[in-house]
Ligand binder design. Sequence first.
Ligand code: ADP
Length: 263
Amino acid sequence: MLVDTLINIPYYHAVGKEMDVFKQAYKNKIPILLKGPTGTGKSRFIEYMAHQLDKKLITISCHEETSSTDLIGRFIIKGAETVWLDGPLTTAVKEGSILYLDEVAEARPDVIVAIHSLTDHRRELFIDKLGVTVKAHEDFMLVASFNPGYQRGFKELKPSTRQRFIAVSFDYPEPKIETEILINETEIDSDTAKKLVTIGNKIRNLTELGLTETVSTRLLVDAAKIIHSGLPKRLSVHVAIVEPLTDDLQTIQALKDLCDLMI
Ligand code: ADP
């Protein structure tokens, strides 16, 4: 039993004071915004915190088609009847779960409008299709993630929305921690883990390449996984780290050559 319980605990390595911040935000029922590039542990952090606080976590991966209807709910036809079906946001508000809106800036603007009344003192959700207002359960908490994307192609979040959240920045962990993460996630040997982290940092520092997003911890974990399961190291680095970053053939070749010297 104990082993079962231990196995199900999400693994998360703290990189700063984010756990303390989250606990206090939860206590005070202040929504929290996790900012940072993709693959830096935001989702893993929220999974871990939900587990720590013994709360159910409902995650919505937002994209450009995500609308308030998807979140709040809709009427569906069931046999000869039309019945109302709560969406994930309404469910979380009623039952007191943690709702995680991953990449909230990608969603349609009506999603932001729908969550406004939940992010201030009112803590209520207006369901326009039913004409009712639902008070949030005491334990309900809203968490959102956002990729500030200092480079092209990312959507922004309005100040009027951002200022409804406590915000925590996520970034690539320092080498020692990132190495530990790779070892913990994949059981790879520490020498290879260190080399992968060095490759990651080397590419991250090559800002002149103008990559939209650089090497995330996720990519390093993926490389470590396939190395650990038997794929040759160089090939693993090519397919898990270099190829996902760019389609520019010259850049790909230059990065492969660089990585080959390092692993
Ligand atoms: P994000 O939500 O920021 O895009 P994820 O939480 O999905 O990123 O993280 C991607 C992967 O990176 C995780 O599956 C995990 O393997 C690893 N990871 C990143 N940061 C951490 C961390 N601090 N502790 C444990 N694993 C991490």
